[in-house]
Design a protein around this ligand. Structure first.
Ligand SMILES: Nc1ncnc2c1ncn2[C@@H]1O[C@H](COP(=O)(O)OP(=O)(O)OP(=O)(O)O)[C@@H](O)[C@H]1O
Ligand SMILES: [Mg+2]
Length: 233
């Protein structure tokens, strides 16, 4: 079976400085993988490329058999909305929208997500509420604007928004916020169990090696990334 995510010979520079070089990575369907790396090592850059937000000039990135570079910008946006759930490092919630509407936003932009929910006999609203409950978000907060939520609550809203409508790939950028270890572990367990229930593949990045035990596989970004070796030598 082809890998769900397949990265080959990826090279990416920010403003002329090479951040990622000759990077290969394959992630199997339904696998959960954490990529560990220090601050500034290129984790967010890597996820932005996998999510089709940044386009590399060299290398191939295929998600669900689709070569992202072969898609027009518009088709790439559509593909992301339909098939990739992105939990951003800073969550990227719309501050004045309610918790519920933030979760539903992912469905508004994707007919494919709405179709998958309908095929499972549910509605976007019911699914948003189910996910909120699963992620320990109390129902009485559903109507509250995102900006009034705690950081931990915002993180879980971001996860619900990524998961709704069952995209095949969830990519999650570990927040640098001051979540304590217990809350971080609880969040991870919820995210992993929802990925499992949805049959989703999870690509998670973190600076924290201690999270490794939760995942099927852990890789060091510095081992994958030849740019790190060029800088080190
Ligand atoms: N838009 C940009 N323009 C120029 N350089 C950038 C840009 N974004 C990131 N960089 C640089 O690329 C490198 C990798 O950044 P990236 O955000 O991917 O790191 P990270 O591993 O996610 O770090 P953190 O753990 O702090 O989130 C850093 O040196 C950063 O300064
Ligand atoms: Mg980052």
């Amino acid at each position: 079976m082809p890998a769900l995510l397949h990265i080959h010979d990826l090279r990416f520079a920010h403003g002329g400085r090479i951040i990622l070089a000759d990077l290969d990575l394959h992630v199997a369907r339904e696998e959960t993988l954490v990529v560990v790396g220090a601050s500034g090592s290129g984790k967010t850059t890597l996820l932005s490329i996998v999510g089709g937000v940044l386009s590399p000039r060299e290398g191939r990135v295929c998600v669900l058999g689709e070569d992202l570079a072969q898609l027009s910008a518009r088709a790439r946006d559509r593909f992301r909305a339909d098939h990739i759930g992105f939990v951003f490092q800073l969550f990227n919630l719309i501050p004045y929208l309610s918790m519920q509407d933030n979760i539903l936003l992912a469905c508004r932009f994707s007919a494919a997500r709405r179709k998958r929910i309908a095929a499972a006999g549910s509605t976007p609203l019911a699914e948003a509420r189910r996910l909120a409950a699963r992620l320990d978000l109390p129902a009485n907060l559903l109507a509250r604007p995102a900006m009034t939520l705690s950081v931990g609550q915002q993180q879980r809203v971001a996860a619900a928004r990524a998961l709704i409508g069952r995209p095949g790939l969830i990519i999650a950028d570990e927040p640098t916020s001051a979540l304590d270890a217990d809350r971080q572990t609880r969040f991870l367990d919820l995210l992993l169990s929802e990925c499992d229930a949805a049959g989703a593949t999870l690509l998670f990045v973190s600076h924290d090696r201690r999270l490794s035990a939760h995942f099927d596989r852990v890789v060091d970004l510095s081992a994958l990334n030849q740019a790190a070796k060029e800088v080190a030598s």
